[in-house]
Design a protein around this ligand. Structure first.
Ligand code: ADP
Ligand code: MG
Length: 242
């Protein structure tokens, strides 16, 4: 039941090779966390999965579909991959509800009334039923990020990508976002998460992949990576996080 297969992916920007042969697989329902120093290629790896960035060689398959096959429709692919960004990326001139209905109506062609109903359900799921008519500026960072998650979920993706979803938040707001992510994991969503939140990784991750200078130097379940890291780079990095 492989949902995502990443095989020997290479990517350069100019003469800087940013991904140097990255391979890993996720089964449906898996939650994998990608950790590693700034500049190690984490965001680039995520962006290659939905072709916001193009790979140079190797291959990526989503639910059996070759992401880089010329026959593959990029727009259809992107509907299957939800993405949550560090800086929320909400439309400032739209309410929380409208931020969610927009994609449903424009991309999926869902009629207005049904889009509103579905968006309201997704807002309720992230605990924001009462904020449907609020604009992003009226919401806390944690609430904005929960709208971002609800917006991605509303498209009913097969895979959710999170790129440091809590790192722009004040510390006291991290918990509510992590809670929503943990809930999503428990409901069986397949999630690939770039995050250094040890609490989330420990409690929700099936596997952690440690990326260093464009290579996965170590992969394994949290207890193994946190307690018995095999590589000095992993152990140095994790020590720095505590
Ligand atoms: P991380 O998310 O782990 O911090 P990134 O994937 O953002 O790492 O970046 C990896 C490397 O690629 C960095 O050296 C960064 O400067 C470079 N890089 C990322 N995006 C671009 C781009 N669009 N153009 C040129 N270089 C880039
Ligand atoms: Mg990054």
């Amino acid at each position: 039941m492989t949902l995502l297969r990443v095989e020997d992916v290479h990517k350069s920007y100019g003469d800087e090779e940013v991904l140097k042969g990255v391979s890993f697989e996720m089964d449906r329902g898996d939650v994998d966390v990608l950790m590693g120093p700034s500049g190690s290629g984490k965001s680039t790896m995520l962006r290659c999965i939905n072709r916001l960035t193009e790979i140079d060689s190797g291959g990526i398959w989503l639910d059996g579909t070759p992401v880089y096959d010329p026959e593959t429709d990029v727009n259809e692919l992107r509907q299957d991959v939800g993405m949550v960004f560090q800086d929320f990326n909400l439309f400032a001139h739209l309410t929380a509800l409208e931020n969610i209905t927009l994609g449903l109506k424009r991309v999926l062609g869902v009629p207005e009334a049904e889009a509103t109903e579905r968006a309201a359900d997704h807002l309720a799921q992230v605990g924001l039923a009462a904020q449907a008519d609020s604009y992003p500026a009226e919401l806390s960072g944690g609430q904005q990020q929960r709208v971002g998650i609800a917006r991605a979920l509303a498209m009913e993706p097969k895979l959710m990508l999170f790129d440091e979803p809590t790192s722009a938040l004040d510390p006291e707001l991290v918990g509510e976002v992590v809670e929503v992510m943990r809930d999503l994991a428990e409901r069986g969503m397949t999630m690939l998460v770039v995050s250094h939140e040890m609490g989330f990784a420990r409690s929700a991750a099936d596997d952690i992949h440690f990326l260093d200078s464009g290579r996965i130097v170590e992969s394994g379940p949290p207890e193994q990576l946190f307690q018995r890291p095999e590589h000095d780079r992993t152990s140095e990095f994790l020590t720095g996080l505590q």
